[in-house]
Design a protein around this ligand. Structure first.
Ligand SMILES: [Zn+2]
Ligand SMILES: [Zn+2]
Length: 177
């Protein structure tokens, strides 16, 4: 999502766009991005700098980390970034007390064009859960036969708790009768 800096005024300008996962190059392991991404951003020009605050929403198809079924995951990313012209004055800015340690993300722009694509992509990817689940109590797959235990118990016998004395007992000869 590219914005011409000269088109912006010093008043906050709300912009909206629908982007394809391909445009955003959305990729993550065990996840498919097929739905469009709705982007709403407010852009404010402050002399040469541009502040962008926005939201990006979509639905991804992830794999349940237990049973491997598809799970739709609603993602609502948020971002806030400052864009400064790539003119080499940045180092000076970093020393400015208003600027140092503000914690705000700073990106460069050139050719009078601010590109929000990276921020949008990252805000969406950050929302992906580490271990997606199709439901909180997903029973997962049987580690032995691979059956989906959500459909009911499989034919495998339940594993017995290990007998801590089994190995020792095997060493003792059976007592004569
Ligand atoms: Zn599951
Ligand atoms: Zn089994």
């Amino acid at each position: 999502m590219k914005i011409a800096v000269t088109s912006l005024s010093e008043r906050p300008t709300p912009l909206a766009a629908t982007m394809s996962p391909k445009e955003l190059d959305l990729r993550a392991e065990h996840t498919r991005f097929e739905a469009p991404v709705q982007v709403a951003v407010t852009v404010t020009r402050m002399q040469e700098d541009v502040l962008a605050e926005g939201k990006a929403s979509t639905t991804a198809i992830a794999e349940c980390s237990r049973c491997l079924e598809d799970v739709p995951i609603a993602l609502h990313g948020e971002f806030e970034a400052l864009y400064v012209p790539d003119t080499g004055r940045f180092a000076k800015r970093m020393d400015h007390p208003d600027f140092a340690g503000s914690g705000q993300r700073v990106n460069f722009y050139s050719e009078l064009t601010v590109d929000l694509t990276d921020e949008i992509r990252q805000s969406v990817l950050l929302e992906l859960p580490m271990k997606p689940l199709c439901r909180p109590d997903c029973a997962g797959l049987c580690p032995r036969c691979g059956a989906d235990l959500n459909a009911g118990p499989c034919a495998c016998k339940p594993e017995k708790a290990e007998d801590p004395w089994a190995k020792l007992r095997a060493l003792i000869p059976a007592s004569p009768k």
